[in-house]
Write a protein that binds this ligand. Structure first.
Ligand code: GTP
Ligand code: MG
Ligand code: NA
Length: 460
């Protein structure tokens, strides 16, 4: 199997868990970045993606005297997901694409709502995962041992710190048991018979080198078949978004195969398949987050597995969570177009058929879907008649103003993380259309309800 080991692709790893468990912070720690502090409200609201080259991971492993010279995978592709309850769609999308996962549990809180939701998503897809039991530095009296192997760091702690750790660990192990899963510390007993727990701190770095090492080792040992590179293009759309200077772009995970500049591609669209040509293939620098604006590397071609930003004409109606197809000269274009439309779970199905409701605009397709699902939930229940991934322009205000005569309170735009042009704001003021802007999804419904007062009464 030497041959196959040499053509292994990078495993795709999804990081999941309850809101604020420390998913983004753990990645920041590994990358040496500060993405989490730049997030609105400190919460992740879109899927993130980072490529960690094997070399970097090898360096980290050296810190704990682990030799992974024999490691044959080129690196690790990590997908960051939001833990807030509004983003089930993105958790589902991330977990659907990964080979392996990290389930982050806050040591001080144990298993929480979205930990269990994530766990069930992983179970339903038979995805292996490692538990990062995070925030060990918050144990009362914890003595920092920067970037040290957790086992050694624990040995250096006072007796009551150790006791508190074991007490909390055992609670978590019991909670996992209640979910039907056997878990234990990664260095205890037989690794293969249960899910491994690696205690970590995203702030002081204990346990991080082993986490990386375990992920790669585990992937390589158990998934050679799954990770053997194949020429057949397998590619999935993670996000659809506007990037200043680039226009509408899609972020994709290329799981297998090669993409070239100039390739003809087919992507699922809102109403019909989008047939277009790849204008440019961009990747962030290694160890940098795809969703953070920065400089991109340009490529003539890209081999899997990799995260790629694609620019091409006509991508504005592309739908996140669907497959991307490459059309080769011998292929049947009509057949591919049909296939592309099959997994459409379109935004249009979330829009009110009676055409009465507010207008909703968001910065990415994924956040738009999350916002629409949130507005539709029984507790919130705000109907939507129009939705788009765009800044707020005059035309949107005109669209919203159509409600003035029908249902005045719906003459509103809920704008998530997008700019409102000055002309649009002026026109809105003139016509009496309300524009609510927020960079945290669940603030929008509160603002809307406060802004219109007697919404509930109007509905009856
Ligand atoms: P969402 O993406 O919103 O679901 O949250 P998340 O899981 O990505 O958590 P995030 O990285 O945003 O961290 C949440 C908060 O916990 C932040 O204030 C972090 O600084 C803090 N935090 C994360 N990890 C640790 C840790 O290991 N120790 C301590 N003391 N704080 C941590
Ligand atoms: Mg996060
Ligand atoms: Na957070």
């Amino acid at each position: 199997s030497k041959q196959s080991e040499e053509s292994l692709r990078s495993p795709i790893c999804c990081i999941m868990g309850h809101v604020d468990a420390g998913k983004t912070k753990l990645l920041d720690r590994i990358r040496g970045t500060n993405v989490q502090e730049g997030e609105a409200g400190g919460i992740t609201q879109q899927v993130g993606a980072t490529f960690f080259p094997a070399e970097n991971i090898r360096e980290r492993a050296k810190e704990i005297n682990v030799d992974i010279a024999k490691l044959k995978v080129p690196g690790l592709l990590v997908i960051d997901t939001p833990g807030h309850e509004a983003f089930t769609n993105m958790r589902s999308r991330g977990s659907g694409l990964c080979d392996i996962a990290i389930l982050v549990v806050d040591l001080m809180h144990g298993l929480e709502r979205q930990t269990i939701e994530s766990l069930n998503l992983l179970k339903s897809r038979n995805t292996d995962f490692i538990v990062a039991l995070n925030k060990v530095d918050r144990l009362y009296g914890w003595k920092t041992c920067r970037n040290t192997r957790f086992k050694e760091a624990l040995e250096r702690q006072a007796k009551d710190v150790k006791n508190e750790f074991y007490m909390r660990l055992n609670q978590v192990i019991t909670q996992f048991k209640e979910q039907g899963l056997n878990t234990d510390l990664y260095y205890e007993g037989n690794m293969r018979e249960r899910y491994n727990i690696v205690p970590t701190s995203a702030i002081t770095g204990e346990g991080i080198p082993e986490l990386l090492w375990l992920l790669l080792q585990w992937s390589q040992k158990t998934m050679v078949e799954k990770l053997t590179y194949s020429d057949q293009v397998q590619c999935n759309v993670l996000e659809v978004k506007v990037v200043e200077g680039l226009g509408k772009t899609i972020d994709v995970v290329l799981v297998n195969g090669v993409l070239h500049e100039g390739d003809q591609i087919v992507v699922c669209g809102n109403e019909e398949p989008i047939v277009t040509t790849i204008r440019s293939l961009l990747t962030p620098h290694p160890m940098k987050e795809l969703r953070v604006k920065g400089t991109y590397l340009h490529h003539k071609e890209i081999k899997a597995a990799q995260f790629v930003k694609i620019t091409a004409q006509g991508l504005e109606h592309a739908i996140a969570g669907t497959s991307l197809y490459v059309v080769r000269p011998q292929d049947d274009l009509e057949g591919i177009k049909e296939a592309a439309m099959q997994d459409v779970k379109s935004v249009t199905s979330r829009i009110d058929k009676s055409c009465e409701g507010v207008c909703v605009q968001a910065s990415t397709r994924g956040s738009l879907e999350a916002l629409l699902d949130f507005l539709k939930s029984p507790e919130v229940n705000i109907p939507v008649r129009y939705a788009s991934v765009d800044p707020v322009h005059k035309k949107d205000v005109i669209m919203a103003s159509l409600m003035l005569e029908k249902k005045k309170e719906f003459a509103a735009i809920l704008a998530f993380d997008v700019k409102v042009t000055r002309e649009a704001q002026e026109l809105a003021d003139e016509l009496g259309v309300k524009i609510f802007t927020a960079d945290v999804i669940y603030h929008l419904s509160n603002m809307f309800k406060a802004g219109t007062g007697n919404l509930e009464e109007e509905k009856k």
